[in-house]
Write a protein that binds this ligand. Structure first.
Ligand code: PLP
Length: 422
């Protein structure tokens, strides 16, 4: 494609975004230097229509743990597509049965039942409904800056006002407490609490990792007050933090788990919520159609889930994430040592790392300067001072070294352009 064609397609696409998609987004993408549309992707790389190749350390915010277009997942989905794409819902589905069995083989503790849906926010909606029907209570407690999605229920339990206030009134009776503060949790949970919902590592809040004992204390509080504990593992499940489920780091068993992102192997959009027999009986025992979906658990999604779980085990990506995550964190801590006036903190678990700057301008400038050097790193929706490094778990050590080197250069350039803070 020649330059004038690339320019024409880019401008036409921005114009269509302006007219038919989202004018604000058109302005942001046009301004940020990412105005050339992406074209294809493979492994850890995304290629735009000009042929420029980017090392992807955003990783679809966790969706591309197996990289882009993992060949085994693609083959499984293609084979299913040649057989049957969507189900009639008149018959049973062997694909759904097999996918839920595969999930049960990796889910923590006695959690064996799963409901497959299409996204993370749907998974959270289902989990909230489960907790309400099982406990007969209506209140929820979440964490400040927690992120659980943007449909009404999940937005209600999320903890950043800027995305919530325009849609008030949301679900009544939700409380938010500081993440990691067990005493605040104790004070917030009452005999009316249906569930506490938490991420194990707060992603959009800027990669917040709680102290070792926090989740155990929250478990005790929930048990004492008769509330359920929902772990939102939409971002963290399937190896992102160096364990299959992040809850394994803390040895704490949730009542309900939500998943999405990596669940579809980076090929199909799939979400799920899962729980043990008692909760499932409350939800589906009296009426198996109390919660249902047309597209959730479709055979293409199920083929992707089965292949994703098999491939996650076969490639050993969970162990890989733990090992490479340690190196990544050490290297990023070196960056903080180099720029202590600009970088406030570096934290993470597995291949989910965050760099917190003293001001959000340094973060957005660093993201732009990485982009200039063909590296993609992520913005944090609920804490714009933090950039996130969330590469595919299949990333090679040498590629991760390249990413770190570029981040060093990008921070250097950001400091040059913005100066040091006073
Ligand atoms: C922890 C968590 N829960 C829920 C969601 C919502 O998922 P989705 O965007 O698929 O609705 C996200 C999305 O980033 C997430 O990080």
């Amino acid at each position: 494609m020649n330059n004038s064609e690339i320019e024409r397609i880019s401008e036409e696409t921005i114009d269509k975004y302006r007219k038919y998609v989202n004018p604000g987004m058109a302005a942001i993408l046009g301004f940020s230097g990412f105005a050339v549309p992406e074209d294809s992707a493979e492994g850890c790389y995304i290629t735009d229509i000009s042929g420029r190749k980017f090392l992807d350390c955003v990783g679809g915010y966790g969706a591309f743990s197996l990289g882009h277009r993992n060949p085994d997942v693609v083959a499984a989905v293609k084979a299913q597509l040649d057989k049957e794409a969507l189900k009639s819902h008149f018959f049973m589905s062997t694909e759904l049965a097999d996918a839920c069995e595969a999930l049960a083989s990796v889910l923590p503790g006695d959690i064996c039942y799963s409901f497959l849906c299409n996204s993370g926010t749907e998974a959270v909606e289902g989990a909230l409904k489960c907790a309400r029907i099982h406990t007969g209570r209506s209140e929820y407690v979440g964490a400040i800056n927690g992120f659980h999605g943007k449909s009404y229920g999940s937005l209600s339990v999320s903890g950043r006002e800027v995305y919530k206030a325009p849609f008030n009134p949301l679900l009544e009776s939700t409380k938010h407490v500081p993440f990691g503060d067990a005493a605040a949790m104790e004070a917030a949970v009452s005999e009316n609490t249906a569930a506490v919902i938490l991420e194990l590592v707060q992603g959009e809040a800027g990669v917040n990792v709680a102290d070792g004992d926090y989740f155990r204390k929250v478990r005790e509080i929930c048990d004492k007050k008769g509330a359920l504990l929902i772990f939102d593992e939409v971002r963290t499940a399937f190896g992102r933090t160096g364990k299959m489920f992040a809850s394994e780091h803390y040895g704490v068993q949730p009542d309900i788990v939500t998943m999405a992102k990596a669940l579809g192997g980076g090929v199909m959009p799939v979400g799920a919520f899962s729980a043990g027999p008692e909760i499932w009986n409350s939800m589906f025992g009296r009426n198996p159609y109390l919660h249902s979906t047309t597209f959730g658990g479709n055979p293409l999604a199920c083929a992707a889930v089965i292949a994703a779980i098999e491939t996650t085990k076969k490639l050993g990506v969970v162990e890989r994430s733990a090992k490479l995550g340690k190196t990544l964190l050490e290297n990023l801590k070196g960056l903080q040592d180099k720029y202590p006036q600009v970088i406030k903190d570096v934290r993470g678990l597995g291949l989910l790392a965050g760099v917190e700057f003293v001001h959000e301008d340094y973060a957005s400038m660093t993201i732009a300067c990485c982009g200039k050097r063909d590296l993609l790193v992520a913005y944090s929706l609920n804490n714009p001072k933090v950039i996130r490094v969330e590469p595919p778990l299949i990333i090679e050590e040498s590629e991760l070294d390249t990413a770190v080197k570029i981040i060093y250069e990008a921070v250097g350039e950001a400091v040059e352009m913005l100066g040091l803070p006073e």
